[in-house]
Design a protein around this ligand. Structure first.
Ligand code: RB5
Length: 151
C-alpha cells in the first residue's frame, strides 16, 4: 500500500482535504502535514515537511496544494532529490511520472476544479517511470553543477 504525504496552505486547504479523501478511497495511507487552520499561512512552511518526508523515503510521493500551485512547486523544488510537478491537466501528470520521475504532485486550488483534480490524481497514480534515457536525464538534475552563489 502506498504511503503519501500531503500539505497545503490556507488557499489549498479545501482541495487538499478532498485529495486526502480520494487517496484514502484508493487504499493509500495519508500522512497529513497540514495546514489545519483556515487562517492565512506561508506556503514554504507546508512544502517543507512534505519534501522532507519524500526525500527521506518515509513516503512514496507527495501532494502539495496552494492557490496557484506555483509557490508550492517552487518551494518544494529547492530540496535536493525533489521533483515537484505542477499539473493542470492529466497529460502533464502522466508525463511528469513517466519521463521525469516526479515525486510530488502539485495542484492549484484556484485554477483546477475538483473533478479535474481527481482526474489528474488518477492519471498520476496510474503512470510509472519509464527509466532508460529518462533515468540518465533525471540523474543529471542531481549531478550537474549548479550555481549557488547570488553574485
Ligand atoms: C495565497 O494567497 C497564495 O499566494 C498561495 O496560495 C500560492 O498561490 C502561492 O503561490
Amino acid at each position: 500500500m502506498w504511503k503519501v504525504a500531503t500539505g497545503s496552505d490556507h488557499a489549498g486547504r479545501r482541495l487538499r482535504m478532498q485529495v486526502q479523501e480520494w487517496l484514502a478511497a484508493r487504499g493509500v495511507e495519508v500522512v497529513d502535514c497540514g495546514v489545519h487552520e483556515q487562517e492565512s499561512v506561508d506556503y514554504p512552511c507546508y512544502a517543507a515537511p512534505v519534501a522532507q518526508r519524500v526525500r527521506a523515503g518515509e513516503v512514496a510521493w507527495g501532494v502539495l496544494v496552494c492557490g496557484s500551485g506555483l509557490g508550492m512547486s517552487m518551494a518544494a523544488n529547492r530540496y535536493a532529490g525533489i521533483r515537484a510537478a505542477l499539473c493542470r491537466e492529466e497529460h502533464s501528470a502522466r508525463m511528469a511520472r513517466m519521463h521525469n520521475d516526479a515525486n510530488i504532485l502539485v495542484l492549484g486550488e484556484r485554477f483546477t476544479g475538483e473533478s479535474l483534480a481527481e482526474a489528474i490524481l488518477d492519471a498520476w497514480m496510474a503512470a510509472s517511470f519509464e527509466g532508460g534515457r529518462h533515468a540518465r536525464r533525471v540523474e543529471l538534475m542531481d549531478t550537474l553543477p549548479v550555481e549557488t552563489s547570488k553574485a
